[in-house]
Design a protein. Sequence first.
Length: 339
Amino acid sequence: MTLPALAETAGLLAATGKGLLAMDESTGTCNRRFAAAGIAQTLAMRHAYRELLLTAPGLGECISGVILVDETVRQAQADGTPFVQIAQEAGLLVGIKVDTGAQDLAAHPGEKITEGLDGLRERLQGYAALGARFAKWRGVFAVDGRRLPSPACIDANAHALARYAALCQEAGLVPIVEPEVLMDGAHTQQRCQQVTEAVLRGVFAQLARQDVRLEALILKPNMVIAGLACPTQHSDAEVAEATLQCLRRVVPAAVPGIMFLSGGQSGRDASMRLNALHQRPGSPWPLSFSFARALQHPALDIWAGQDANRAAAQAALVHRARCNRAALSGEYDTAMETR
Ligand code: 13P
């Protein structure tokens, strides 16, 4: 795949006024969410839920691509139609999460390193043959007031993200590069900004070192938000301002799109902040969303594992997608929530 072809795919993902549905929870994470919603944690239920998401009527009006997970990418619905084909027919580009999860970083208590580079070249070729056009790898960074994340954690995860991104481009897949500064903790918004800048600087240095082509990747960062337990929380306008200031300082203009993760924000908060980001002029990049929780909730709770609730759950998913699509043109209004 040539660089222009990869750059075109990146543009289709990020620059068409739509966003991504991340439905790539690992089995462990999916089961935890099912347990919290009182849903049986079985392969059959995960299959049913992912089929519900992928077949939601109207999803393709607001969503440009879906991020699947290895368990899902070879599955098919009852009539034998592969999930990949369902996505493609709905106008959705297919992506795949290819990291194998975050493990404890040796000698650094409380910190994680994302693994999955071994055998990645072959796995990427397999996913490309199945129809995937892009991939995702998430590095996570715990924050505290002063010590975390360590330079070791930033370096190790930035290196892994860059090695992954280079392999993706070699395999003809657009890499989504996702360094997530976590919202857990009582750190201030200023601390989140400081850490996010340091992490992104580390990531872009490593991307350059590994000769990753910036025109053919998507950045998936966190917004700059105070920790969930911080007593001082900021307005949507302040979140947008800090987020844009942070990104402008460190993200090269060559990057064709930035698609935010939701990170545990409520669906409504994520939409409000995305909207605030689009009410400020002059972003060098298309800014969009690549949400899991902020799109899937409350659909998961509404479904509750019951077939009878399927249509209502799909409607809730598409509603959140529409709210976020409206936010991409600065036209989201909480009044949309009551319509
Ligand atoms: P959230 O939107 O729930 O943070 O998930 C995004 C994602 O893809 C995590 O890797």
